[in-house]
Ligand binder design. Structure first.
Ligand code: TYD
Length: 145
């Protein structure tokens, strides 16, 4: 686990969209994007991806106490609905060379997945259920302490 014990202070303003390097093939063989050591503001300890998500399904619905992550729509598109308990922001991800950095202490829901879309998550911690806040009321009291 990291050492960020101030995640209850994080606001929606710390959510950030980053550009990921895109290398277009000069002979028209398509694009290549690369995430390497300095692309993200944290070290990646785990990678997971969401796919085959029905268009009416909602994923996420939680916040993390310490974990930070970067979400990338490597295929298709989806919406990320974010809140710090006060302000809300909706980010539409639809480009494989765009990453959404979500700091700890931010509630997120993922919805409106297009057919065939894939959400790649690059995350700063190994899986640990005790880092999750899955109840919005608990999140609200966490943020107002
Ligand atoms: P969950 O966090 O509920 O998915 P989402 O928030 O994206 O809708 O995870 C679904 C299930 O997968 C849950 O039982 C926990 C498990 N899981 C792992 O075992 N390892 C992981 O790295 C992740 C992200 C989830």
């Amino acid at each position: 686990m990291g050492t960020n014990t101030k995640s209850y202070l994080n606001s929606i303003n710390q959510v950030e969209l980053i550009s990921i390097e895109k290398i277009s093939d000069p002979e028209g063989r398509g694009n290549l994007s690369v995430v390497e050591k300095n692309t993200l503001p944290f070290e990646v300890k785990r990678v997971y991806y969401l796919y085959d998500v029905p268009s009416d399904a909602s994923r996420g619905g939680h916040a993390h106490i310490e974990l930070e992550q970067c979400l990338i729509a490597v295929s298709g598109s989806f919406d990320v609905v974010l809140t710090d308990g006060k302000k809300k922001k909706i980010v539409h991800l639809n480009k494989p060379n765009r990453g959404l950095i979500i700091p700890c202490g931010i509630w997120r829901e993922l919805e409106n997945f297009s057919s065939g879309s894939v959400c790649l998550a690059l995350v700063s911690e190994v899986y640990d259920e005790s880092d999750y806040i899955r109840d919005y009321e608990v999140f609200k009291s966490f943020k107002s302490r």
